[in-house]
Design a protein. Sequence first.
Length: 152
Amino acid sequence: MPSAGGTGRRPLAPISVCGVNERVRPLIALAAIAAVEGLALVVYALFDVVEALRVGATGPAEVSNGPAIVVLILITGLFGAALLWVARGWWLARRWARAPFLLAQVIAVLIGFDLAQGASSLERWAGIALALTALVGIFLVFTPAVTRALDD
C-alpha cells in the first residue's frame, strides 16, 4: 500500500459515526473543554467589570483596590481568551494546542482541589466538577487517537 505523504505509514481509515470521524472525537471533546473553560473565564471577567462598576471595591484593602481589581479582570479575561484560542487550535488539530491546554488543566486541577475543600456546597461541587473536567482533559490529551491526529 502506498505511504501517506512519504512518511512510510498507512493512512488510517476514517470511521464515521453520526457524521463525525471517530478519530477526531477526542479533539472535539478537547476543543469543547477548552471553549467552556475559556468562555467561563471571559464571562467571569465581564461579571467582575460589572460588579466593580456597580458596587465598587469591597473586602480587604489589600485585594479590593482599583489596581488589584483591574489586574484580576485582565488576568481572568486574558486567560479566558487564551483558552478560547487553544480551543480553536484543538478544533483545527494543531499540535501547539497541547502544551497551553495541559498547563491550564494543571492549574484547573489545583483550583478545583482547593474549591472542593470549600465551606459551601456550591464551592465543593464547583471544585469537584472543575477538577474532574480538567482530569478528563489531561487524559484525552494523551490518548492515541489525539496523538495520531496531531501527527497527521
